[in-house]
Structures are given as C-alpha cells and as structure tokens.
Design a protein around this ligand. Structure first.
Ligand SMILES: [Cu+2]
Length: 251
C-alpha cells in the first residue's frame, strides 16, 4: 500500500466504472488530436497557397467542393456517437443505478467546508445521528444533534476509509460555498452545493492509499483542501472501524 506514482498520463484506475470513463477520455483525446492536426495542416496550407503575391487578387466565389461538407457531417456524427454511445451510458450508471438494495453497501456522509473534508460514518448501530446546519460548531464539525441517541456512536474523521469490492454511497453536503468532491483514482467528481445533499456512488477494485481533492476553486485555501483516501481489505476496514469505535470510549 504505497503512495501511487502520479505520472504524465491518467492517475491509477481502481474504480469499477473507471474503465468506461478512461475509454471515453482516450477516444475524445485522440479524436481532438486528429481534429487539431487536421485544422492546423489546413491553416498552414491556406497561408501558403493564398499568400499575397504580385498578380494575384482575391475572388469571392462560394465554395463548390463537396468533400468539406461531408467532412463536417462526419465530425458532427462522431461527436454525437461519443455523447450517445459512451458519455450517456456511463453517466446514467454513475448517477442513477445506486446500489441501495445491496446489503453490503456502505454509506458515508461527507461534509465539505473551507478548506477540509469530514467523513461521517454511522457507527456500530448502522444509523446516522440527526444532523442539521444549526448544530455546526467548532467542536461539532459534523453538525450532529447531541440529543439524538443514534449519533452517540457515530464516527467522524478527516480521512476516508473504505473496504475494497464494496459499493460505497457518499452523501455530499457543504457548510459554506460550492466545493467539488474529487477522487481521481475512482474517476469520481461531483459538485457539492450549499443547501443540498447530493449522493454519488463508486466501488474500488484494489487496495491502496490515495488522495481526495476539491475540484472547485472555493477560496484562498482551495489548494490545501485534500484528504487521505484509504482502500483496504474488508478485514482491515472492520479493524479500523473497531479502533475508531474504541476511541469513542463506548466499549
Ligand atoms: Cu473546496
């Protein structure tokens, strides 16, 4: 479980839906490269072919060639295919097919604020304590209602732990401005909007220690809005939960 090496290409991919995202990113980039090279060559051709020189004047004739029209139609069809065949199915999977009926699913409440993340687990009883914006305080960063017994064993930490091969639903809220929950190795990016709770789900296929970032410029300290992201075996995750539970002094 060493920190991964982030190189020039995409970060490591450990997400169950990540191959679809990477395929789309790769297709779009190669397609854009082809368009860029094509347009660049055309511009250079025009600069040379139609340069100003003695004895030549401009003539304003409409274009009669058919080839460029078909080329433009081809580009539009390819762009539509990327949208309909790749982007929409992946987006539908990530945004609508939530694993709510899977009994293994782990739900984590994620609280964003300038400039840190907080991860709120329901604890041993599996129930989140009542929360609300009126309870936020320096000693209560998760906004828990301390009168609610369901919240007594709730765990709040600054780094996210999840078990491997398990669906995770992250319920995202923010205390202040718009942030964006980004886990590059999970191919997940979701804006967090004040006044809303937005869920996002993902599943890790291998273990390791990675990073969560904020992908929305949210203020002066935006650059330091990071958190550790640990994907571990189910046993290690359970051990970590037990340790956090013991730290609450409830045993
Ligand atoms: Cu932020």
């Amino acid at each position: 479980m060493n920190d991964p090496q982030y190189g020039w290409w995409l970060p490591p991919q450990i997400s169950a839906h990540g191959d679809d995202i990477d395929l789309m990113i790769n297709i779009i980039h190669w397609f854009m490269l082809a368009l860029f090279v094509g347009w660049s060559l055309f511009i250079v051709f025009c600069l040379v072919r139609f340069r100003e020189r003695p004895g030549h004047v401009a003539v304003y004739q409409p274009i009669e060639a058919r080839f460029n029209r078909w080329l433009e139609v081809g580009v539009a069809v390819a762009e539509a295919a990327i949208l309909i065949a790749f982007a929409m199915p992946v987006w539908a999977k990530v945004k609508t097919l939530f694993p709510i009926n899977d009994t293994n699913t782990i739900i984590v409440r994620v609280v964003a604020e300038q400039f840190k993340w907080l991860f709120h687990y329901p604890g041993k009883d599996g129930k989140f304590g009542r929360t609300g914006p009126e309870y936020y305080a320096d000693d209560n960063p998760a906004g828990l209602d301390f009168d609610d017994d369901d919240g007594i064993d709730d765990i709040t930490v600054r780094g996210m732990h999840i078990p491997v091969d398990t669906p995770i639903i992250a319920r995202l809220v923010t205390k202040d401005v718009i942030h964006s929950f980004k886990i590059p190795v999970m191919r997940i990016t979701q804006d967090v909007i004040p006044g809303m709770e937005i869920p996002i789900w993902f599943e890790a296929r291998s273990t390791g220690k990675f990073q969560i970032g904020c992908a929305q410029l949210c203020g002066l300290g935006h650059y330091e809005m990071k958190a550790k992201f640990t994907v571990e075996s189910k046993q290690d995750f359970q051990r970590w939960l037990d340790e956090e539970h013991s730290a609450l002094g409830l045993d």
